[in-house]
Design a protein around this ligand. Structure first.
Ligand code: PHE
Length: 449
């Protein structure tokens, strides 16, 4: 097995941390986490979610990166070569296929919502220059959803931004983008939290996020928390495996992974602390906001608060950047696979982006032309989210845990995790072998019942 990837390599440990954090921090943290917390009882959800991150997310994240770095290829090729080398069933390559299909499905709706962030950013930019105010955010949101042409335009623009970076490759595209974008993202978020503090409601927001109301905890909370743990860490779909393939051999995986997970969790909590004080200050109940929470509640506040327009622009720019660095990692695994099958990087990236864009039509139309279509009590976008986020990611994660825990040879694990203390190794392996599969299976069964 050669020691470098044919797709290029991260130039340093820092570059990997920025890229992996860029993948992890996304709509999941700033759009999905606050409304999931608000729909599932605040603090109790947050605690269950943190437990899922720690006991399931972290061990699986280590496993994905380790597998990727050992194989140094796209997930499918990596798994195929490991099964050959280890002499186990080729069926395990299915993990790579599940990952690629899940990535395509997720990117199809992710880039539609990514398009919304561009559209809102544009609205606030226009306001700076005297454009129309958003006086009735609910109506603005509904009319955007009702207009397929408009949704398609922003969806295409977002996909264009994604493919532009992926086509340039690991060093010139991915690494260059995250080096600039991630620090900008952290800085903006910090400013927004500081602003949240000036509303005088930071304490209330923190209480809402951290004080558990255990009466709210039922099976649904566990399903949502586990799904969110996988989604937010970009797990189960081999994005992290692909990024691991470009990681220099001398970098400690556990230590690096811990930094990525801490950054990701911090951003989610900071997003809560930036959003809820404003929501509370303007008398909007943080409970039950749903997916429209930040698109309908926050603009209400931006409209009346001092500096609201600038704040709105900063907020949606932040959201766009977060979504962009994640969508790059959704497109990269399939692109890398096609490159290994002989296509040029540009051609592969464009082909996959077109496919995801076209699939995105289902999400776009689920709000208008096809809004009457309902399956399993969900609209089309909800259905894609259910299949990809709540089923495929946990199934992928479960298989990765079993593969790394039971199938991968000891010498591969020890080589990749050189330097980790014996108790750490034993704990990690026990979590992968026993606890993760049990917890994920229990949650999956619950989700399907
Ligand atoms: N982690 C990203 C987010 O929180 C979403 C994502 C999922 C990205 C899976 C890549 C792979 O928004």
């Amino acid at each position: 097995m050669e020691k470098t990837s044919l797709h290029g390599m991260w130039s340093s440990r820092m570059a990997f941390i920025l890229a992996a954090t860029g993948s992890a921090v996304g709509l999941g943290n700033i759009w999905r986490f606050p409304y999931l917390a608000s729909d599932n009882g605040g603090g109790a959800f947050v605690l269950v979610y943190l437990a899922c991150i720690f006991f399931v997310g972290l061990p699986v994240l280590i496993a994905e990166i380790l597998i990727g770095r050992h194989g140094r290829r796209s997930p499918i090729t990596t798994l195929a070569s490991i099964t050959r080398e280890t002499g186990v069933s080729k069926g395990w390559t299915g993990i790579g296929w599940i990952g690629i299909v899940a990535g395509v499905l997720i990117l199809s709706f992710y880039s539609v919502v990514g398009g919304w962030t561009l559209r809102y950013g544009w609205l606030y930019l226009a306001q700076l220059f005297g454009g129309a105010h958003i006086t009735d955010p609910g109506a603005v949101f509904t009319s955007m959803l009702a207009n397929p042409a408009e949704l398609l335009f922003w969806h295409a623009l977002f996909m264009g931004a994604t493919v532009g970076v992926v086509a340039l490759g690991v060093e010139k595209g991915l690494e260059r983008a995250v080096r600039f974008l991630m620090p900008a993202l952290f800085l903006t978020l910090l400013l927004l939290v500081l602003y949240g503090a000036t509303t005088g409601h930071l304490g209330q927001a923190a209480a809402w996020l951290f004080r558990p109301d255990w009466s709210k905890v039922d099976a649904g909370v566990f399903v949502a928390a586990m799904g969110q743990a996988f989604f937010t860490l970009s797990l189960g779909m081999c994005a992290m495996m692909t990024y691991g393939a470009y990681l220099p051999g001398n970098v400690s995986i556990p230590r690096t992974v811990a930094i990525v997970a801490v950054c990701d969790t911090t951003v989610a909590l900071m997003a809560g602390l930036a959003i809820f004080p404003i929501v509370i200050a303007f008398g909007i109940s943080p409970e039950g906001g749903g997916p429209g929470l930040i698109f309908t509640s926050l603009p209400l506040a931006f409209e009346v608060m001092t500096g609201g327009i600038v704040y709105g622009l900063a907020f949606f720019a932040l959201l766009f950047v977060a979504a962009w660095t994640s969508s790059i990692s959704l497109l990269e695994p399939a692109t890398a696979y096609l490159v290994e099958r002989g296509r040029s990087r540009k051609g592969a990236a464009i082909l996959m982006a077109l496919l995801c864009w076209a699939l995105g039509l289902l999400t776009v139309f689920s709000f208008n032309l096809l809004s009457h279509v309902r399956l399993l009590d969900r609209d089309l976008m909800g259905l894609i989210e259910l299949v990809a986020n709540d089923i495929m990611l946990p199934v992928g994660g479960l298989l990765i845990a079993l593969f790394a825990g039971w199938v991968l040879k000891d010498n591969i694990l020890r080589e990749q995790l050189a330097g980790i203390p014996a108790w750490g190794f034993a704990l990690w392996r026990w979590l992968l072998r026993v606890l993760c599969p049990l917890l994920v299976a229990a949650v999956l069964i619950n989700a399907l019942l």
